[in-house]
Design a protein around this ligand. Structure first.
Ligand code: NIG
Ligand code: FE
Length: 412
């Protein structure tokens, strides 16, 4: 199968040689080719360049992209897409004045989703989750990380991870799985943290490793959830089973989680709404990708990750959705990119880099995803006719996507 896309008004995120991420001032540079062509062979990017050099080749399909932009699909490195039911009532409770913390303290929040998940069959969870996966694919996401963390029991966590595995084998989109047994303490372990962490380490992790159900390990490192010492124990146990840390830190409080994650060579640290100068300092010159989740800040009305300070300090930054039923019931990466520009003062170039190549890095996929590079997966967004790529964040409420191609196939 060979596809030729011609007359592309502007081909974005073109990287002749493969890079793994962009940091600091480099984030403002988004290489593009105006009036371009792109050749896809089987499911791989085979060639691209300026229209004046467009090869005369026989192809199965020709797509005329006159007036349209082509860019790599979004790489959403932080989601909780697999869950049961919803938390609409808590949303209304928050409108009426309760805080996220107050709701959690009443047994709502993560524990509410865990109750629902444990009462729902694996098949039903799969059916509910695949609707969300299909929705985000149509919104331009071509690679996604999905976490467990609403089971909080051996069976519940395994059930979630098996659903993720089934989604990964039934859909063309790349999916990475993260084990988040340490998302909250179940009620019965409220006063026995050791006991629950022992359950994670001695019961859950060996089974997950045996069935090869996850690549990454996560914990909610936060006041009232997992302390830094508890998070370190979990990271160390995960590493013994070959799971690399990708951790929820600094959402509401800066308690030293980032330092612990850097020490354990975490692939990413995620949320970062509350950052001290020392949190920024410790991330410099490390392999740990900071990940911001602006839709969560928007939905909960909490601070946004200080992108400008972090980029000025030379750090890279990735953007992801955090799609989950409590803090971010949206998997729309287009909204994430727009919100990063509008609220975090990232330029469109920075936001697109953060949502493509840096997102790919934050889930170990930058060799195959996140840029227009020969040999990478043919995962592309073809926009509607637009004046410039600045329209993507500028027209923040509009769907500017004409077509999404994942591994060479247009999805409908
Ligand atoms: O990333 N902060 C921790 N976990 C999720 C929210 C979980 C929930 O409210 O269900 C998050 O925001
Ligand atoms: Fe999250």
């Amino acid at each position: 199968m060979k596809t030729l896309i011609t007359n592309i008004k502007e081909l974005l995120q073109v990287r002749e040689t493969s890079i793994s991420k962009v940091s600091g001032a480099e984030m403002a540079l988004l290489p593009t080719i105006k009036n371009a062509y792109l050749v896809i062979e089987n499911n791989i990017i085979a060639d691209f360049g300026s229209m004046e050099n467009c090869p005369k080749i026989n192809t199965d399909t020709i797509i005329d992209a006159a007036g349209k932009m082509v860019l790599p699909t979004w790489c959403d490195s932080h989601t909780h897409i697999v869950y049961a039911g919803n938390r609409e009532q808590e949303f209304v409770d928050r409108i009426n004045g309760l805080s996220y913390e107050e709701i959690a303290n009443r047994g709502g929040g993560i524990l509410n989703s865990a109750k629902k998940l444990n009462e729902t069959s694996e098949e039903e969870i799969y059916n509910q989750s695949k609707v969300r996966l299909e929705e985000v694919m149509k919104l331009g996401t071509g690679a996604v990380e999905i976490k467990s963390g609403y089971g909080l029991s051996v069976e519940g966590e395994l059930k979630m991870l098996r659903v993720i595995k089934k989604l990964a084998s039934n859909y063309p989109i790349a999916i990475k799985a993260t084990f988040l047994g340490a998302h909250a303490f179940p009620l019965e372990y409220k006063d026995n943290h050791e006991g629950y962490i022992d359950l994670i380490i001695n019961e859950m992790l060996p089974k997950i490793a045996k069935e090869n159900l996850a690549q990454y390990i996560d914990a909610f490192c936060e006041t009232g959830y997992f302390s830094v010492a508890e998070t370190e124990r979990i990271m160390e146990a995960g590493l013994r089973f070959g799971l690399i840390p990708k951790v929820h830190v600094n959402q509401f409080n800066a308690i030293g989680g980032i330092q612990a994650c850097v020490k354990h060579k975490a692939l990413s640290v995620d949320h970062l709404e509350v950052m001290n100068p020392e949190d920024i300092e410790v991330l410099k010159n490390t392999g740990t990708m900071p990940v911001a989740l602006p839709s969560c800040s928007y939905f909960l009305s909490i601070p946004y990750t200080p992108a400008r300070e972090m980029i000025s300090a030379g750090l890279p930054l990735a953007l992801a959705t955090d799609f989950n039923p409590g803090s971010t019931p949206s998997g729309n990466m287009n909204f994430v990119v727009a919100t990063a520009c509008i609220k975090m003062k990232m330029t469109p170039e920075e936001a697109i880099n953060a949502a493509t190549i840096n997102g790919a890095y934050a889930m170990g996929l930058s060799e195959t995803h996140g840029s227009i590079t020969v040999g990478k997966k043919a995962n592309i967004i073809i926009t509607k006719p637009i004046t410039s790529f600045y329209q993507l964040p500028y027209a923040f409420g509009s769907n500017l996507i004409d077509a999404v191609m994942i591994e060479g196939e247009v999805i409908s």
